[in-house]
Design a protein. Structure first.
Length: 96
């Protein structure tokens, strides 16, 4: 990998990968029962949930909702996430 980077003659002329809106993403679950548990109400067909967004941050937030957050937990994320970080920090002290 290091050699490949050195082979780049002029890095400013390299095309960057850029995703352009609108964003259309499909989340395919292994089984249909998981996809049915769709508390966010995203459009669904079989094992596939469709997520559309005009901004990348909205797409990212929606994917986080699907992957990590039940609706109730999402509503309290501003409290729960800092508390979780604090607990992890305290637990890491015992490994020092």
């Amino acid at each position: 990998m290091k050699q490949r980077v050195k082979e780049i003659v002029n890095p400013t002329e390299q095309n960057l990968f850029r995703m352009q809106p609108p964003f259309d993403c499909q989340v395919i679950f292994q089984d249909e029962d998981e996809a049915r548990r769709n508390p966010w109400g995203f459009p669904r067909s079989g094992r596939t949930i469709q997520v559309e967004a005009s901004r990348f941050l909205d797409l990212y937030e929606n994917l986080l909702k699907i992957a990590y957050f039940p609706k109730l937990a999402y509503q309290f994320r501003s409290v729960v996430l800092p508390l979780t970080r604090l607990v992890w920090k305290i637990q890491s002290w015992k490994h020092l």
